[in-house]
Design a protein around this ligand. Structure first.
Ligand code: RNT
Ligand code: ZN
Length: 419
């Protein structure tokens, strides 16, 4: 008997239908973040750290320097990931044709080539305004800035991005999630914690004021606990954005690196979704801080996916990735992180949840714990391999051979350019 057939029987004995799990898995896209391909560089200017407290470490050769290179790299990554995913774009990755287009002046025309590219591949696209890597963000404040003119510039940028998101959604026929994250905060102890937050609420109200078709664009807001250079105070904290999202019925974005390291993000889902329409996830991995390490198949990731399945939250959750590692092959980083997010989802979809729920409802907590632990040894790997086989992507570590060949044939030919 082959390993999949054996696994299918093992799961069936627990009342789990592996075929149904695979079918479901195929309907859940993961949004690949374009910024893993070039160390959050964007196409406005060359070199340097992105700013906004985002720190990318490592100098592995071969990073994408142009739109064409980035697209080729994403294509390579997608070819090694089973199923149909999405692409998550940042505003400073526009197709500006070598011209300087300031952030408040960008429009859908600068993303038309991305939209066409995505359409050809049948990919949905998500979007993000870029509130960093810009002279008007250099002092660490954007939507909360004391200077009204600076606030206005960033409000216009955010408003332009929502319109771009709506145009992306309209042309692709599948909704685009446009996510607002700003770096604003203080390195050292602030005296006025209130002022920036009051300004942030007003700025967001202005930024979101235009009515857009929710079939084309959905707005999300992303909180953060602290950043490099904003250790003492971040205006857009969890409490701020949770309140804002509830009040204005926006999507709430949970980034795995944006909380105290001992907090359990999975526990937050059922509370937040009781009061907001939907969630956006930034699946990431913090090591000691919000370090954005490549996602591995660890307990926090599995716990999150379990919660989405157990609570029947998948239809109200948009799953995106947010990590960047420049110390290893960047395409491998995408493939490892995305395959792990999908594996965690599959493990969750293969759980005998109905049985576990019965045990809990019967008060049989001993058996609940015993079963939860036994489930960890179920043969999900055979089901995952079957998923890869059916989707025509390499099984197990065989994908790495393709990345190695691509590195040899393509990445290694990219010269470092200082232009
Ligand atoms: C930063 C946030 C944000 C960024 C991207 C590039 O801490 O996580 O989501 O990583 O916008
Ligand atoms: Zn994030």
């Amino acid at each position: 008997m082959n390993t999949y057939a054996h696994a299918r029987e093992t799961y069936a004995a627990l009342g789990v239908d592996t075929e149904a799990a695979l079918k479901r898995l195929a309907t859940i896209p993961i949004s690949l973040h374009c910024w893993q391909g070039d160390d959050v560089g964007g196409f406005e200017k060359a070199g340097g750290q992105p700013g906004g407290g985002l720190a990318v470490t490592g100098n592995y050769p071969g990073k994408a320097r142009t739109l064409e290179e980035l697209r080729a790299d994403i294509d390579k990554a997608l070819s090694l990931i089973p199923g149909r995913q999405r692409l998550n774009l940042h505003a400073f990755y526009g197709d500006f044709g070598g011209k300087k287009v300031d952030r408040d002046a960008i429009g859908a025309e600068h993303f038309q080539s991305w939209i066409t590219w995505a359409k050809e591949r049948n990919l949905g696209v998500d979007f993000n305004p870029t509130f960093f890597s810009h002279p008007l963000a250099d002092d660490g404040f954007t939507l909360t800035h004391r200077d009204e003119a600076v606030r206005k510039f960033w409000i216009e940028h955010g408003a332009a991005c929502r319109r771009i998101g709506a145009e992306i959604g309209r042309q692709l026929g599948v909704v685009c999630v446009t996510n607002v994250w700003i770096p604003d905060g203080y390195k050292d102890i602030p005296v006025d914690r209130k002022g920036p937050r009051e300004r942030l609420e007003k700025s967001l109200d202005a930024l979101f004021s235009e009515k857009l078709d929710p079939a084309h664009n959905l707005d999300a807001v992303e909180s953060k606990l602290f950043g490099i250079g904003s250790e003492s105070y971040v205006a857009g904290s969890h409490e701020f954005y949770l309140g804002y999202a509830v009040k204005n019925q926006k999507l709430y974005c949970l980034d795995a690196g944006h909380f105290h390291p001992t907090e359990n993000l999975a526990d937050k889902v059922s509370s937040i979704l009781q009061f907001v329409p939907a969630l956006l996830l930034h699946v990431s991995r913090g090591v000691r801080w919000d370090s954005d390490h490549v996602v591995v198949l660890d307990d926090p990731l599995k716990g999150m996916m379990e919660e989405l399945v157990r609570g029947d939250f998948l239809s109200r959750t948009h799953i995106g990735l947010d990590f960047f590692d420049a110390s290893i092959n960047r395409i491998a980083a995408w493939v490892i992180g995305t395959r792990n997010a999908l594996k965690a989802l599959l493990i969750a979809l293969l759980e005998p949840t109905a049985k576990l729920r019965c045990l809990e409802n019967d008060g049989n907590l001993t058996r609940r714990l015993a079963m939860l632990e036994e489930c960890k040894a179920l043969p999900f790997g055979a089901v995952w391999d079957e998923h890869c086989r059916r989707n025509d992507v390499p099984i197990a570590a065989a994908w790495l051979d393709e990345v190695t060949a691509y590195e040899r044939d393509v990445l290694s030919r990219r010269q470092i350019s200082f232009s």
